[in-house]
Design a protein around this ligand. Structure first.
Ligand code: ATP
Length: 397
């Protein structure tokens, strides 16, 4: 009997150990189960989000439209970027953001509003440079007295005294085109007129419009003119206009069509200009030969002003302007520097002055010597001729 008892107790012990082990195993499995359930949930979510992403990639592109009229009862008229206008309904969620000129993204098939796109009126976003108070005066432009005179007559006078033109019975020129090599002072001239007429200076670089803002060129042109009206009096300065106004080519890739749409919008904005007197339009190009003749018709850019590289006298004037605040040794002769800097533009001459100053600083001198200028001319003009060579090679290739 005692033997039986001891056997029973041994078995009991074994059972106890087994039970403990099994309980432990069950707990472990339960823990694993919870972990796996969580992992499953996470993977489910990931699958869902990947599916969403796939459907987003597969979704047809949305049509962009501009709101032209708000009719009430959550209905609005929008003009799509592809041409036609539509009457659309919008949800209460979008109602707050709906306003005239707001941009909306529409489903291609149902034309339902998918999103109201935030406005890009911010000039930096739209690639414009806006200077409400430019500080360049005519005095800081050297060697361009004829061009300054013409600019005063064609841009400044119509802005300041539009009635003079009315009295005489002639329409002032709508737009003025500056043409000439880079760095000759075209932007300076435009800024100086803006300062003289207390106008806001709005600069856009046409090549950036078509490169950076693909598909948005014509909208941006519209926005530039809108901004100019809001900030009037203002001067719109369109640099590198040849990028959107080159002669129309036979080929019509989508890029060409985009460029043409931008140009057509620019022409339409200029043609739609009735009340002159508070907005001046100036364009600049290095390549007048490739411009579309439509741009140069009367009522558009009908005054063309050449802004050439300065002659020797002009170079001295420009050097005077840029050395005004520099301390030069007594024997520095600006005429000699001008003669040495053959073919230099205004921008080159400015760079020569800065470089000469740098040579003096490097040698811890406070006055700039003739040698500093000679070395600067050498350095800058060498750089310029190398750049020109490179450009010519690229054009040749
Ligand atoms: P781009 O065709 O490259 O746009 P641009 O003709 O508009 O060139 P600006 O931007 O007016 O040239 O000139 C560049 C800089 O060169 C100016 O900020 C100015 O410092 C200097 N500069 C150019 N021309 C003159 C000038 N006639 N008188 C004084 N400074 C000048």
């Amino acid at each position: 009997m005692p033997q039986q008892d001891s056997e029973l107790s041994d078995m009991q012990k074994k059972f106890d150990v087994m039970e403990r082990n099994l309980t432990w195993e069950i707990r472990k499995l339960e823990k694993d189960k919870v972990l796996l359930e969580n992992e499953n949930l996470r993977l489910d979510r990931e699958v869902k989000s990947l599916k969403n992403e796939i459907s987003r990639y597969r979704a047809p592109p949305l049509v962009i439209a501009t709101v032209t009229e708000i009719l009430g009862n959550n209905e609005a008229v929008v003009k799509s970027s592809t041409g036609p206008s539509f009457l659309i309904r919008y949800s209460d969620k979008d109602a707050k953001k709906m306003e005239i000129d707001a941009r909306v993204a529409l489903n291609q098939q149902t034309f339902a509003i998918v999103d109201v796109i935030s406005s890009e009126k911010d000039p930096n976003v739209a690639g414009m440079e806006v200077d409400e108070k430019p500080d360049i005066s005519y005095d800081s432009i050297g060697g361009l007295s004829e061009q300054v005179k013409e600019t005063i007559e064609t841009v400044e006078l119509p802005l300041k005294n539009p009635e003079i033109f009315k009295d005489v019975g002639i329409t002032p020129p709508k737009g003025v085109l500056f043409y000439g090599p880079p760095g000759t002072g075209k932007t300076l001239l435009a800024k100086a007129v803006a300062k003289e007429t207390n106008a806001t200076f709005i600069k856009i670089v046409a090549s950036e419009f078509v490169k950076k803002y693909i598909g948005e060129g014509s909208r941006l042109v519209r926005e530039v003119f809108q901004l100019a009206k809001e900030k009037a009096p203002s001067i719109i300065f369109i640099d590198e206009i040849d990028a959107i106004a080159g002669k129309r080519l036979q080929s019509s890739t989508s890029g060409d069509r985009e460029v043409q749409r931008t140009l057509m919008q620019l022409l339409a904005e200029m043609d739609g200009f009735e009340s002159r007197g508070n907005i001046g339009i100036i364009a600049a190009t290095n390549r007048p030969d490739i411009l579309d003749p439509a741009l140069l018709r009367p009522g558009r850019f009908d005054r063309i002003i050449e802004v050439p590289v300065p002659d020797d006298e002009g170079k001295v004037e420009i050097l005077k302007i840029h050395t005004k605040n520099m301390s030069l040794e007594a024997n520095v002769n600006l005429k000699e520097i001008a003669l040495k800097a053959k073919g230099a533009s205004g921008a080159d001459l400015k760079a020569i002055c800065t470089e000469a100053g740098m040579f003096a600083i490097r040698e811890e001198r406070s006055k700039i010597s003739v040698d500093d200028f000679n070395e600067a001319v050498e350095k800058i003009m060498n750089k310029t001729s190398k750049q020109q060579e490179k450009q010519e090679t690229v054009m040749f290739v």
